[in-house]
Design a protein. Structure first.
Length: 286
């Protein structure tokens, strides 16, 4: 990870923690190289998940470290998820890391699992929201005192005004809801959204530092509905066909190796088309 506040508490005693890498202005290149080398020697492989909004200099540092070490055991994975959703994704990968999956499959699972995270926020304004399409009408409503908006980011973004007839569409499978409160006072997320989405548990955590910037306001409550039971997550990942990278030999799911970035061999691409191909998780753990 690239921030310590994105490392959520483990869900059980088996879930390992994560290492938060330091930004270039906090750590010399020599120290970053030494730290990464120690991680490789200790764990065998290093999977780095970072937000698409990460500072360019930090992204460049990550690629520089990988290039200097000439390592094919470091995977750099960019994610479009908002901060809390990204933290949830990282915790799921931590859960998978102690299962019977290879490092290549664990890294490639990031793309699959991201599709099953409904990440959003309750906002007092969408005037500065850049990551989700906002209509002129919604912009105008955000200037009305007391207005609040429910937003879901991702491949199918949603935005509704709280108190109107529209509702946020939620997952059609069992999830838990992780909630992080900012400077907005409201019980809408836990009192209205959670029952509407049929979540099986609500867990509160601290708001990530970058959440206000990502959502365009500090007056928010961020949330993420996600799979929590490791048996269900394991079943989902196991349901996807595994391939072997023709370049570095790593096992993978999807259409690209996360360690060497090589695309799936042409003869196998048709079988991997339409990723994510995992079956919709069962409503109850198997």
């Amino acid at each position: 990870m690239t921030r310590a506040d994105l490392v959520l508490p483990p869900t059980d005693q088996q879930t390992p923690t994560a290492v938060a890498l330091k930004a270039p202005d906090e750590q010399p290149l020599e120290d970053a190289l030494a730290e990464t080398q120690v991680l490789q020697e200790q764990f065998g492989y290093v999977v780095v998940v970072y937000p698409a909004t990460l500072d360019t200099a930090f992204v460049r540092r990550l690629h520089t470290v990988r290039a200097i070490l000439e390592s094919d055991r470091i995977a750099l994975i960019e994610s479009e998820l908002p901060p809390l959703g990204l933290a949830v994704l990282v915790r799921q990968l931590r859960q998978l890391s102690v299962c019977d999956f290879s490092a290549g499959v664990v890294a490639a699972s990031a793309r699959l699992l991201a599709h099953y995270i409904h990440a959003g926020a309750l906002l007092n304004s969408v005037a500065r929201l850049d990551h989700v399409p906002v209509s002129l009408k919604s912009h105008a409503k955000s200037w009305v005192p007391g207005s609040q908006f429910g937003v879901v980011a991702g491949s199918h973004p949603q935005l509704v005004k709280i108190g109107g007839e529209d509702r946020l569409a939620g997952p059609d499978y069992a999830t838990h809801l992780t909630v992080a409160r900012g400077q907005l006072q409201s019980d809408w997320v836990t009192g209205t959204l959670a029952p509407a989405w049929g979540v099986r548990g609500v867990h509160e955590t601290a708001l990530p530092e970058d959440s206000g910037r990502w959502w365009g306001t500090q007056k928010l409550i961020e949330f993420a509905a996600h799979l929590s039971d490791i048996s269900v997550i394991h079943q989902l990942v196991s349901s996807v066909r595994r391939e072997r990278c023709h370049w570095c030999g790593m096992e993978l799911i999807g259409d690209r190796c996360c360690f060497c970035a090589a695309p799936l061999a042409r003869e196998n691409q048709n079988r991997a088309a339409g990723v994510p191909t995992g079956r919709t998780p069962n409503a109850s753990p198997p």
